[in-house]
Design a protein around this ligand. Structure first.
Ligand code: NAD
Length: 280
């Protein structure tokens, strides 16, 4: 029976470290958060970020722009925050209205203020193993792995999902630790090869967004399973992995909710402090 790999206790430890780093800065770090239009999910996420920021001694500036804001207007707003020396980091709340392309606008955030780590310059640093600012969810997964005490050197790691925010940065971080990494995605499934890869994984990380995609009985005995997926099923939040059957086979497994989720906000705040240090 797998041990539960819970994010909250790790997040608490990291928040203590962040508090100490904040105290060592010349001034209170400032995080600017931008939401365009109304969205209950985005507002809830921003509220939870604000609570964490308050707790850590970080100033959280919330900017809500009208739903009809054009891409050019948003870029203009971002550039004002870039020029504002008191702002250390920026986050754009998702989802954005249809007229705005996140990939385009995120490139306008100065790399040193890009605390989501999505600017091409920061992704480039990740490729060279030199990133100070790492995409938050990928960083959260690495913290969970660290907690298990596993030595990643030479381990067979299978990542399911190849998004820019989770799957791809994770592959780079895992390669940095000399893991043998396989990245599976929709093409793998369509080719009928997903099950074969999952069965080989010493460490299985799933970030797809499809409840029950990974059948628990496919998990290798003694594997570490990290489920990044968030799916709402009958008013319950579940991951992408069939939990009970996977727990019966694995050595460690993250619960959903309560695994990766609680760590991502802590990673965001850690990135902000790193950004503030870079700027100082
Ligand atoms: P995405 O939605 O951008 O991409 C989905 C990925 O899954 C793609 O790589 C796609 O090829 C792959 N995929 C789709 N169907 C598949 C199948 N049948 N077999 C194999 N692969 C398949 O991904 P994302 O933005 O990284 O989000 C993935 C999940 O992670 C979502 O549920 C999201 O809500 C969740 N998420 C959680 C957190 C967190 O903090 N816990 C953060 C980010 C994302």
């Amino acid at each position: 029976m797998a041990r539960l790999l819970e994010g909250k206790p790790i997040a608490e430890k990291i928040k203590e470290q962040i508090k100490q780093s904040v105290a060592g800065l010349n001034s209170k770090p400032v995080l600017a958060s931008i939401q365009v239009g109304e969205n209950a999910g985005a507002s809830a996420y921003a509220n939870s970020q604000k609570k964490t920021a308050d707790l850590l001694g970080i100033e959280y500036q919330f900017h809500k722009l009208p739903a009809e804001t054009s891409q050019a207007e948003l870029i203009n707003f971002i550039q004002k925050l870039n020029a504002d020396k008191s702002v250390n980091g920026m986050i754009i709340q998702m989802p954005l209205p249809a007229q705005i392309d996140y990939k385009k606008i995120s490139q306008y955030i100065l790399p040193d203020k890009d605390i989501e780590g999505m600017h091409p310059a920061n992704i480039g640093k990740l490729v060279f193993g030199k990133a100070a600012i790492v995409p938050c969810t990928a960083a959260a997964v690495m913290e969970l792995l660290k907690e298990t005490g596993v030595d990643l050197y030479g381990k067979e790691v299978v990542v399911v999902g190849h998004s820019e925010i989770v799957g791809k940065p994770l592959v780079l971080l895992l390669l940095e630790k000399f893991a043998t990494v396989t990245d599976c995605h929709i093409g793998t499934s369509k080719a009928g090869k997903l099950e074969e890869h999952i069965g080989k994984a010493d460490i299985l990380i799933v970030a797809v967004g499809k409840a029950g995609l990974i059948k628990g009985d496919l998990v290798k005995a003694g594997a570490i399973v990290i489920d990044v997926g968030i799916n709402r099923v009958n008013d319950k939040i579940v991951g992408d992995v069939e939990f009970e059957t996977a727990q019966a086979r694995a050595a460690w497994i993250t619960p959903v909710p309560g695994g990766v989720g609680p760590l991502t906000v802590a990673m965001l705040m850690r990135n902000l402090v790193e950004a503030a240090k870079l700027q100082q």
